[in-house]
Design a protein around this ligand. Sequence first.
Ligand code: FPP
Length: 249
Amino acid sequence: MFFKKKRKIDYDLDMTNIPKHIAFIMDGNGRWAKKRKMPRTYGHHEGTKTIRTLALEANRLGVKAMTVYAFSTENFKRDASEVEYIFKLPKEFFNLYLKELMDNDVQIRYIGHLEMAPIETQKIIKDAIAQTAQNHGLILTFAFIYGGRDEIIEATKDICEQYKNGHITLEDITEDYFERHLMTKDLPPVDLMVRSSGECRLSNFLLWQLAYAEFVFDETLWPDFDEERLHHAIAIYQGRERRFGGVLK
Ligand code: FPP
């Protein structure tokens, strides 16, 4: 009988310096499927398993928040059949894993324009959020129909309304105030952003929030991204000196 050899995780992580918030650009599902002569949708299907694996491991390591880029405002440019398939994935994902995520105290949230998704998709995601609202473990946020520029424009419009109505003065508009108008207002700052598949772009993801995050670009295609790659990314993060614009001590 053959057993799949489990890769050894041998990074000596500093448990006192685990990033509080890790954001993932889940890239490479299509290429992963193509290599196997399968349709792109099969790659997305397999990619959802990676979300579960990483959420459980991040939670175990004590990461507070994990945000995954599941669908961008630009992804509507894809074939209608692929878009339709991605919109069905939350149902499959939560049917398979919600109980396990509950058992591990994981909270589900989303950022983005969920109202643009089919009603059934909206309902599935909102149900998962409601069921996990009292949990205190990892906050797993799905960026779903999300765009960073759009988020900044929405926040700006909110703030302009406040100003127009005389509720605030120009001096009130600080970075802190602006941040409180972003969709991520209840999440800790992003410490680490990981993009799989070797592409080195932000693709309109968390543009404000990534200002001081550390970036790790990993060659692994998303369905193959596993606990070992997560540990590797955290090890790289721990090897970096974060200065937030200051100087080396
Ligand atoms: C990028 O790979 C991936 C996406 C645009 C979709 C990712 C979505 C999921 C993994 C599932 C979402 C799940 C839930 C539960 C909402 P790509 O298609 O751009 O890959 P390629 O660059 O190789 O073509």
